[in-house]
Write a protein that binds this ligand. Structure first.
Ligand code: ADP
Length: 671
């Protein structure tokens, strides 16, 4: 076994790898950029080497610097994590030249999976099922069209060099074919400089089911069951689970065998994932193989009780696989939710900022948190904005899902916009609970996941109002207890204050709608009850606070909510989803938020895809100004208010550093 390894990564995955190395008595070397000099992974490692400025292309992506760091510290092997250099054949080759073990597959396996059509050719020969289609060398449009006509529409055109959904086009009928092909080719050429296409049958309700495989250098290969990663936004995974629901033993064995065949067809070693599309009729088709550890590997660890990083280290050191197929046991059910700094309500635009409060659910046998940040850390513009992975396990899907929901409601992050509420709504939605899931889940259930219908809100508003009033009273009582005259009327925050009306008036807003609410207190003490009036509707309410839980009785209906309050924003976590309200304070001229906040600077490192406005143009609030691409996704930057675009600093195609000013903008209401 190695004495010392270098981890060519950062964040949660670097921390995750260090944990296992420590357990195995292996010394670790971290690498870091300017932005990461005080990062958790740097503190956890035995040594750390500075490798360059914050942008990853000037640090984490510089293979030579990484290898130099390994040579300098005497690390015998490099673990690349995922992303960055993990699927870079050139880097892998350089490691070999320097006699450093690359903890991953052989170079040839990485190269073989680099092109979609080459990968399909290999898998076809190995008898792995493929989506029906054409992936030949003859690229004449007549040949591609004939293949499409023969298999029937809809079809999916894909760039063979593609990734991240680029150069991909659905074609729904023969009439649309020529135009679709031309558009897909244009996009492929501009994204990859290569417009070679393949065409596949487009499955309308597939699931994304992937198999974890492992091979050693002693001819052993196993699969560690499957993961369902169908819940995706723009082809990016959101919540993953293992095992896949509704999976029969027979299908599992069939998919597992195919995955092993895929791996063996390219002489695989180490951890790999074979991604399949699973159709409604139980047919499954090879999609691609990822030649590295996946973000979502923890769900597999939870149900197999194995440490996959330990397996990787053992295989890379030449040992045999720790377990063979018949020694692997699938136990229980696990979910992983990716906690991101992003704004789900604004097309998942990455968010940045300081994690001023970070309170996680308590870790246990059932709850695991993989993270690379601590309270007070900054989510910067430079890297993937994932804050943590929340992983839960229990003996079956129902119980595990309940744990996921509970843990999400206990996660508290202030200072940065996160997707926790979005994840909570997703996990509590009926189709998710009842396994009515395919890759179109989020689009199909948009209204459910972002639920904000007037009808639903009207039932939640009294709870938020009551919470506010009760917590004001509770605070006042605490103050009174601390003072030397606890009975002074000046410490009463209830509506019974001297010379004041016994009615609290407050305004709560939700999605730009404001609700005027009056809360009238009737009786005091344990008997207290409140008449709440919202737009003429009256609610008879009683409530008790218990930590961050409020128990309410509204018009005779008793229920409870977990409440998270961050300054003026209140979130109610309910069994049917989470509801956010803002407590609108009287206008003292101070709550004018900085309108340009985050709107006109690049929220992340990326590429300018298109500029939608001209210098000198007058724009309206929320009008799309430019589109950037980062982390495989396009992000639209919108106008923070009405105003004029004075100058634009980038052209389409330009690389943009996170934080850079994109355009000069003057807010104004006149054209
Ligand atoms: P990329 O490499 O660009 O990410 P993939 O081939 O991995 O492209 O496909 C990405 C996603 O697109 C899949 O997870 C699936 O949701 C969808 N997809 C791919 N191929 C098909 C198909 N033939 N039919 C339906 N959906 C597909």
């Amino acid at each position: 076994m190695f004495n010392k390894i270098l981890i060519a990564n950062r964040g949660e995955i670097a921390c995750r790898i260090i944990k296992t190395a420590k357990k195995m008595g292996i010394l670790t070397v971290a690498i870091y950029s300017d932005a990461d000099k005080d990062a958790l992974h740097v503190h956890m490692a035995d040594e750390a080497i500075y490798i360059g400025p914050s942008p990853s292309r000037e640090s984490y992506l510089l293979g030579d610097n990484v290898i130099a760091a390994a040579v300098k510290t005497g690390a015998q092997a490099i673990h690349p994590g995922y992303g960055f250099l993990s699927e870079n054949a050139g880097f892998c080759r350089e490691c070999a030249k320097q006699n450093i073990t690359f903890i991953g597959p052989p170079v040839a396996a990485i190269e073989a999976m680099g092109s979609k059509s080459a990968a399909k050719n290999i898998m076809e020969k190995a008898n792995v099922p493929l989506v029906p289609g054409y992936h030949g060398d003859d690229q004449s449009s007549a040949i591609i069209k004939k293949a499409a006509d023969d298999m029937g529409y809809p079809v999916l055109l894909k760039a063979t060099a593609g990734g991240g959904g680029k150069g991909m086009r659905q074609v729904w009928s023969e009439a649309e074919f020529e135009e679709g092909l031309a558009a897909a080719k244009r996009e492929a050429m501009s994204s990859f400089g290569d417009d070679t296409m393949l065409v596949e049958k487009y499955l309308t309700q597939p699931r994304h089911v992937e198999i974890q495989v492992f091979c050693d250098n002693h001819q052993n290969a196993v699969y560690l069951f499957e993961r369902d990663c169908s819940v995706q936004r723009r082809h990016q995974k959101v919540i993953e689970e293992a095992p896949a629901f509704g999976m029969s033993e027979e299908l599992r064995a069939k998919m597992g065998d195919s995955a092993i065949k895929s791996a063996q067809a390219i002489g695989y070693q180490g951890a790999g994932t074979v991604e399949f599309l699973l159709d409604v009729d139980g047919s499954f088709y090879f999609m691609e193989m990822n030649t590295r550890l996946q973000v979502e590997h923890p769900v597999t660890e939870m149900i197999s009780d194995q440490d996959l990083v330990e397996w990787q280290l053992r295989v890379a050191a030449g040992e045999r696989l720790p377990k063979l197929q018949d020694q692997l046991v699938l136990n229980g059910h696990a979910f992983e939710a990716r906690i991101y700094a992003e704004d789900a309500n604004n097309d998942f635009l990455p968010a940045t900022g300081k994690l001023s409060l970070l309170k996680t659910p308590v870790e246990s046998r059932h709850v695991r948190i993989d993270t690379g940040v601590r309270q007070g850390d900054e989510v910067s513009v430079y890297y993937d904005p994932m804050i943590a992975k929340l992983i839960v396990w229990d003996e079956n899907r129902d119980k595990a899902l309940k744990r996921l929901i509970k843990a999400l409601s206990e996660y508290r992050i202030n200072g940065v916009t996160t997707n926790i509420d979005f994840l909570y709504n997703l996990a509590t939605s009926k189709p998710f609970i009842t396994e009515d899931i395919d890759t179109g889940f989020i689009e199909k259930n948009h209204a459910l996941i972002f639920h904000d219908t007037e009808q639903e809100l009207i039932n939640e508003l009294p709870i938020a109002a009551l919470y506010l009033v009760l917590s004001i009273e509770e605070k006042a009582q605490k103050l009174a207890q601390q003072s030397n005259d606890p009975h002074s009327p000046w410490h009463q925050a209830s509506a019974w204050r001297l010379n004041e009306a016994h009615i609290h008036s407050l305004v709560l807003s939700h999605s730009n709608n404001e609700y005027e609410i009056s809360v009238e207190q009737r009786r005091q003490g344990t008997d207290a009850f409140y008449l709440i009036n919202i737009n003429g509707q009256q609610f008879d309410c009683q409530g008790t606070l218990n930590g961050d839980t409020i128990i309410v009785n509204i018009n005779g209906h008793r229920s409870q909510a977990t409440v998270s309050q961050n300054e003026n924003s209140i979130s109610l976590y309910r069994t049917n989803g989470v509801f956010n309200f803002t407590h609108v304070l009287p206008d003292c001229g101070q709550h004018e938020i900085d309108e340009s906040h985050g709107g006109l600077t690049a929220p992340m490192n990326g590429t300018m895809v298109s500029v939608l406005v001209k210098a000198g143009e007058y724009v309206e609030k929320n009008q799309a100004l430019v589109i950037m691409e980062a982390m495989k996704m396009e992000h639209t930057i919108k106008a923070p208010s009405n105003g004029c675009v004075d100058e634009i600093f980038f052209n389409s195609g330009d690389m943009v550093d996170g934080g850079a000013a994109l355009l000069a903008f003057t807010a104004s209401d006149k054209e």
